[in-house]
Design a protein around this ligand. Sequence first.
Ligand code: NDP
Ligand code: 2IT
Length: 450
Amino acid sequence: MKLKNSYLLGVYDTVVKRNPCEPEFLQAVGEVLESLEPVVEKNPQLIKAGIIDRIVEPERMIVFRVSWVDDAGKVNVNRGFRVQFNSAIGPYKGGLRFHPSVNASIIKFLGFEQIFKNSLTGLPIGGGKGGSDFDPKGKSDNEIMRFCQSFMTELSKHIGADTDVPAGDIGVGAREIGYLYGQYKRLRNEFTGVLTGKGLTYGGSLARTQATGYGLCYFTNEMLSVMKSTDFKGKTVVVSGSGNVAIYATEKAMQLGGKVVALSDSSGYVYDPEGIKLDVVKQIKEVERARISEYANRVESATFTEGCSGIWTVPCDIALPCATQNELNEESAKALVANGVIAVAEGANMPSTPEAVEVFQKAGILFGPAKAANAGGVATSALEMSQNSMRYSWTFDEVDKKLSDIMVNIFHNTYNASKKYGCDGNLVVGANIAGFEKVADAMSAQGVAY
Ligand code: NDP
Ligand code: 2IT
């Protein structure tokens, strides 16, 4: 922790005391507080108004039991969460994660990040996140359906199209959103835009599936162009993960002229020096829900290596971590730098450890932090909400164009904020400050309840 400002140190100490055993949440808060030092020094009125003391404390956290019956007739119990972190600029908005590692710390770090990310989109959405320690791997469709129905039976009491609008994240894609939506509608008898990432036949938006990965590449392309006068053309790209974000980041990186040579999952990574064949990946991951190792069985030029962090030893010009938090540590960052990487942009949430970020920044590598670089998913979710409110839908090209404009804007707002506060080109600081300013203003305007 490099915090020096005594007020911010006090805020951080309180967060540590209130949230023991929550390392991911403390990591996310620590990074934002460090970035806000110059803002607090320029704007001491923030201290009296308690804006930062308030922003680090969720407005509400709901924790609930999710009981469900498996195919053998046995009752299973999981824990469900929804953190409603900040509603200053719009209804709570953020995904649901189903993964065995989910706990209060993970949900709170994600919900906290979402406040600033959602603000950066320029759209009226507050910060929230939820999920469960349920593991979808190896479950039948019927088990997934029963779990989702049980989860939504409780969650439905706390969400609504103007209150809190969940979406997908790790382990929650179109299938899960469908089951969750069906149950909400059954319970409430309302056809409303209460979830995003819906199927196209019942209120989903074109381009939402592609949005996070495409948006990541639009952001990266603008960062490359403005800060290094280059682009994706002819560049070698490594993408970690092989889920929703990784697949569509790969697709757009290739459309922009890059060559993606590696993808991973939690078991290991595949390396294909001839360039990843995305149709094979989509068949394996989206249709068969199988492991990425299968790619090496089907494509002759590819090899599979066990262990997911080895992917960062593959030489590349551009690295796009798109799997999960803290997947890229100091050692991996050093390997990337030694191999000549010029840009790293985060598709996943907080995939780089603080030590890794420092390695990139010291080496002068372009670094696009998650809050800015992966905001295209939630931005397009907000566009889905707009279409639902209008009972209308835009074409793929209309949504894609809005997405691209939003990502270019996010880059410039982030870059400009870094310059305004004397940290030229430090997009971590820029994103945190640009995201914070709008939320802080709205919180000040709305007063404090006595
Ligand atoms: P998916 O569930 O579609 O894919 C997740 C991918 O990451 C899989 O390849 C998975 O491998 C891998 N992964 C998950 N956990 C781990 C782990 N502990 N170690 C190694 N690999 C892991 O999720 P998404 O693609 O939607 O999400 C990926 C990241 O992007 C997450 O950080 C998410 O928060 C973030 N994000 C997602 C958005 C969206 O719109 N979906 C928007 C913005 C950010 P395996 O199958 O082996 O588990
Ligand atoms: O981390 C994220 O921004 C998401 N998982 C997407 C959230 C959303 O509401 O679309």
